[in-house]
Design a protein around this ligand. Sequence first.
Ligand code: ADP
Ligand code: NA
Length: 328
Amino acid sequence: SGMDRIFSGIQPTGKLHLGNYFGAIQNWVRLQEEYNSVLYSIVDLHALTIPREPAVLRQSILDTTATLLACGINPEKCLLFQQSQVPEHAELGWILGCLTSMPRIQSFPQWKVKNASQNSEGTVGLFTYPVLQAADILLYKSTHVPVGEDQVLHLELARDIAQHFNKKYGNFFPVPKAILSTTKKIKSLRDPTAKMSKSDPQKLGTLNITDSPEEIVLKFRKAVTDFTSEVTYDPDSRPGVSNLVTIHAAVTGLSIKEVVHQCIGLDTARYKGIVAEAVIQKFAPIGNEIKRLQEDKSHLEKVLQAGAEKAKELASLVYQEIRRLVGF
Ligand code: ADP
Ligand code: NA
């Protein structure tokens, strides 16, 4: 409806992999066409939950901007902005943190996993970032949030916090709903039982959208399959080959059935080459556009500047109300 507002965020961690592209960004591009009010945030505050070099972070914010634009995010159709340029995110995060119990956050699997992978005790920021995510969403009174399965718990927290706030201070926030990604999970090429992820220790398992043709061919050549040479789709008993089919379907826009039908008679070794070629075809133009945009730093900064101004306007209206409600 006319009151619908979409919010989603992405961390500025440089490279996107195919899972991010098909699981998130492709939906973002579709949603900016379908909804009038759409906000996409490059969430640099969240990026600080793990240590970053300042120069690298600064560059990653620009690279992520270039990447989103190259993938089809259009600032005429949505509001693209950098989270830290709108200080109300952190301020509302504080208020919402004061409405959230410790054990609730302690139970988040994300906390346990990310923390365990870091060889340290973890920071307060990493612990509370789901609360900041709730603030990101609620600051704009968002009604819908596109999420992958792995983010459903976090959205549930945002919904609970919204309800808690409404109960305490009067009905104020819409309780945001999930728009669940219907895309099949892309799995690691090296361990097709795990999802493709930038934190995969097996670097050859993850396909970045900016990988060179040589890297793409190599990664497919090293992809784990099995001892059957036919191309079939059966994720439970043949996860490796099925993942190739999933990727093939995603990059061509065909259905799984159509892809499998096309590949009758191929052996998996040849099939890897065919899927590699399809991936190269799909992402070469996007890669070129990313490079072109990266060379135009002032354009990227202008896009972020314009986005920040509009986001600040929306945020400050809502936040003024919140201040009044909580008694500031
Ligand atoms: P990563 O696991 O690489 O750190 P994130 O957790 O930052 O990825 O996810 C960013 C977005 O990309 C989320 O919406 C998530 O659902 C989506 N996503 C991440 N990995 C995959 C995947 N392998 N398949 C489909 N979607 C994915
Ligand atoms: Na729009």
